[in-house]
Write a protein that binds this ligand. Structure first.
Ligand code: MBD
Ligand code: FE
Length: 283
């Protein structure tokens, strides 16, 4: 059996993501009436699409087989987060009158409880990661009036130069390029990490076959994942991208927003960028 991280393939990373997701049994307080309304609309919409395109029996069976494959490869977290999560994120942002920093999708590779790092720190990385251009990322976590939030937490996680996330590919230290940065008494931080590269989602499994089937591409623009939290404030899960970078205009996961583009400046050997986070009060 392929479990966890013994394989740098769609199968390996998919199963690792599925195993991580399954650790917590999730629930929602959806009423029977609401479930009924959603079920009717969902099945109705699928039926309408099937009628519109006169889906054949062969196509129906291919879908059935593909869904079985997605499950066996552990790729439901990947497929859902790439193709559906951006709508869910948008819906739940628009439900509130938020004015703080925009969120974006979490994706399949978040891991809670990354080790804490001081406000001015270097991300855990291997010597081979240090071959990439260093990125110095600094700023401040504030409330929406610009007051610093002392000791705010920034969880940061991103892929290495080869496009692998620790805990989802083999032979990477557990917390490589993952950390919980504790901002200083003014909410400020300065983090040294590496400039991430454009990212190809695992494409040698059923999610990749799906993309190939409609003539798409499996690329996401280079990105940093962040979760910013402070007691009493709305937590922000977001991603930051790089202005002018490849795939910004056609992210396979449709998760880029203009407010989330970084524009680093070259200073000596480093790329340096300021980006601050404004947190809404919890409602
Ligand atoms: C990723 O790294 C990611 O951020 C998303 C959204 C989906 C797959 C892989
Ligand atoms: Fe990612």
């Amino acid at each position: 059996m392929t479990t966890g991280t013994d394989n740098p393939t769609a199968h390996g990373s998919g199963n690792a993501a599925t195993d991580k997701f399954k650790k917590n049994r999730v629930s929602a307080d959806t009423s029977r009436e609401r479930a009924n309304a959603i079920y009717k609309d969902l099945l109705g919409a699928i039926g309408d699409v099937a009628r519109k395109h006169e889906v054949t029996y062969d196509e129906y069976r291919v879908v059935k087989q593909w869904m079985i494959d997605v499950g066996e490869y552990g790729e439901w977290p990947l497929w859902l987060d790439v193709f559906l999560e951006h709508d869910i994120e948008e819906i739940n942002y628009n439900r509130h009158a938020y004015t703080g920093t925009k969120g974006s999708i979490e994706g399949p590779y978040y891991v809670p409880d990354a080790p804490e790092l001081p406000s001015h720190c270097e991300m855990p990385m291997r010597d081979k990661d240090k071959a990439a251009t260093p990125l110095i990322f600094r700023g401040q976590v504030t409330d929406i009036d610009g007051n610093g939030l002392a000791g705010a937490h920034l969880e940061l996680w991103h892929a290495d130069e080869d496009g692998y996330y620790s805990q989802f590919a083999p032979d990477i230290p557990e917390w490589n390029l993952r950390g919980t940065i504790v901002a200083d008494e003014e909410g400020r931080y300065e983090i040294k990490t590496l400039q991430p590269a454009p990212y190809m989602i695992p494409h040698d499994g059923p999610t990749g076959w799906f993309v190939e089937s409609y003539g798409g591409h499996p690329w996401r623009p280079a990105h940093l994942h962040l979760r910013v939290t402070h007691p009493g404030y709305r937590e922000i899960t977001t991603q930051l991208y790089f202005k002018g970078g490849k795939w910004i205009e056609n992210d396979v996961a449709t998760a880029v927003k203009p407010e989330l583009l970084l524009d680093p400046k070259t200073e000596g050997d480093n790329n340096v960028v300021d980006y601050s986070f404004a947190l809404d009060k919890e409602d």
